[in-house]
Design a protein around this ligand. Structure first.
Ligand SMILES: CC(C)(COP(=O)(O)OP(=O)(O)OC[C@H]1O[C@@H](n2cnc3c(N)ncnc32)[C@H](O)[C@@H]1OP(=O)(O)O)[C@@H](O)C(=O)NCCC(=O)NCCS
Length: 140
């Protein structure tokens, strides 16, 4: 699939669509105005857009030098399995080149990130907001 744009800024992005995609997967519940701040405050962002429709998103928080975290990677349901997730990850990795990159994901996606070259971290610790939810979902 090649007929889409890769956008690396928050300008002219319809955050209603971003919010809709992230809510659909339960990745983030924020409405569009909060989601706009979340992405705007991130070090790196990627939006895949096809004819005005946002079809994939992702972002990285980082110091831009040595440490980064990738978050909120999602591809619209009907576009999954076309290599777009990999495009988003690769674009974010380029934006934080030189950094150690961490991410956490739902337990069902471990295989996917290993497929993309990530290794399981044996020594990570986390303080989750809403810890109960993450415990129930098998993150901790
Ligand atoms: C995760 C997600 C972003 C992947 O996007 P996608 O566009 O469907 O993924 P791609 O088509 O780029 O890549 C899928 C690749 O991973 C492989 N794969 C998928 N699930 C896998 C698994 N559990 N274990 C190993 N490999 C897996 C596929 O075989 C495919 O391999 P290939 O590139 O060699 O053909 C997408 O499925 C999504 O939006 N999921 C819901 C939101 C979500 O859970 N996001 C992750 C939050 S961190």
């Amino acid at each position: 699939m090649t007929n889409y744009e890769i956008i690396k800024t928050c300008e002219d992005i319809d955050f209603n669509q971003v919010s809709e995609i992230l809510k659909f997967y339960g990745l983030s519940d924020y409405d569009s105005s909060v989601q706009e701040k979340v992405f705007h405050n991130s070090y790196g962002v990627v939006f895949l857009k096809q004819e005005g429709k946002i079809i994939g998103v992702g972002r990285a928080i980082s110091d831009g030098i040595c440490q980064a975290q990738i978050c909120n990677v999602a591809v619209r349901d009907e576009y999954r399995g076309n290599g777009l997730g990999k495009v988003i990850i690769n674009e974010l990795l380029t934006q934080v080149k030189g950094c150690t990159v961490v991410l956490y994901t739902h337990p069902k996606h471990h295989g996917l990130y290993e497929h993309w070259g990530f290794s399981r971290l044996k020594t990570a610790y986390v303080l989750f907001q809403n810890e109960e939810h993450y415990r129930e979902e098998g993150f901790i």
